[in-house]
Design a protein around this ligand. Sequence first.
Ligand code: XMP
Length: 513
Amino acid sequence: MEKEMVIVLDFGGQYNQLIARRVRECNVYCEVKPYTMSLEEIKAANPKGIIFTGGPNSVYLEESPHYDEAIFSLGIPILGICYGSQLMAYELGGEVATAPVSEYGQTDVTVDNEESVLFEGVSKTSICWMSHTDYISKLPSGFRRTAWSEVCPNAAMECAERKLYATQFHPEVMHTREGMKMLANFVYKVCGCKGDWQMASFVETTIRQLREKIGSGKVLCALSGGVDSSVAAVLLSKAVGKQLTCVFVDHGLLRKNEGDEVEAVFGPEGSYDLNFIRVNAQERFYAKLAGVEDPETKRKIIGAEFIRVFEEEAKKIGAVDFLVQGTIYPDVIESGLGKSAVIKSHHNVGGLPDCVDFKEIVEPLRMLFKDEVRKAGLELGIPEHLVFRQPFPGPGLGIRIIGEVTEEKVRIVQDADYIYREEVAKAGVEGLGQYFAALTNMRSVGVMGDFRTYDYAIALRAVMTSDFMTAEAAPIPWDVLSKVTNRIVNEVKGVNRVLYDCTGKPPATIEFE
Ligand code: XMP
């Protein structure tokens, strides 16, 4: 356990990990714990502060999550957010009521910024994010109101003597303009945290905990060379060295030189103490993909073959104690909420565990956001080209070649993509979320020298995005595009035309298939 930590008690809201992340941004270690964590466990963890999250329930329903009222008398500062604020009010003798209309979205909130430590430095009227129907209709005794909105009479309350604070709105989301100030006030001024935690301490603590957990056990990791699995693998290698075996499947659908680059870092010549197995399975994948044109069928074939190859390797290794997965927090939400229509099946989300004989899964990055994983990667000394790698889909170039995949087409798209990435990097184009070349299934007439050609068109894609759920086409400068085009048609045999994709997502997706 870290010396100075804040616990986020999870009552089922959407932003639980975001709250923890915001606290970590204040350089204070923070973890989300289920509301079933006992009072004894909380006392033993000795946190500097506790934050109650929001949640979808109404406090007065019996089946709603509650907490032992004794928590409010531990002397540990508590901040209740949304449902958490209502729970605090309800359990301490206040009243919660259901409003005739919900309050949802950005709201002007008037705060008591002179008297309340929580709102120190916050503007008198501040835009806050609300998402609730229930509200605190009567404060518990000893509490005073510290903020209100037109619809919400008690948008914040506190009992400073008991170090109990509550906000109906969500300080953790970006839409609450001065939310970070409020959280920082809670963490530093109310809880008295020093804020000396760094990603380096996360790395150190995680390695120590992994070592304790794994003991002399055997560990297996599917390494893709992507940021998440690389960081997970390095953490494990630092914890248990050669007890870890990483299997890297080269399915022949990686970007140019990528297989060798991964091997250079993790293989025998690389910098880490681990067993590295590279499986060159290109031929197997090409054979399975021969004649297949449908995108979903291709994905399924690549996914299934990947599992088969991995299974064969796992069998050679035999039973292991732990299987490492580079799951990060956004994967947890994506797979948890998966109720929306399947636009594309992402093969690398599941499947692996079924084909390995293991006792337990280890997911050391489960609570981190992508940029935190990158920070951890840098702390671990992983080369920057791996740490800041663009997202790359599990099925790889298989879904960047429209229609049938052949070895020749893989070569074309690899070479074109390499040139594109090289020129964009040279030009220092900034702000791109993802950019790559795809091979269309279209051939057209051209002329090179005095000869007629009938060759493929390469499509260039570049998008700006923050969450990959929506994206805008990026305005790559024309001189860069024109240079890339020249080089591709001159250097990549089989291409006589280069197109630029100007479509956003929606209506297109980022990948072509
Ligand atoms: P789309 O094409 O759905 O892509 O707009 C959104 C993001 O997801 C990546 N992507 C995948 N990642 N397996 C993955 O691991 C897949 O099958 C897959 N398909 C798309 C894509 O590169 C983009 O970052």
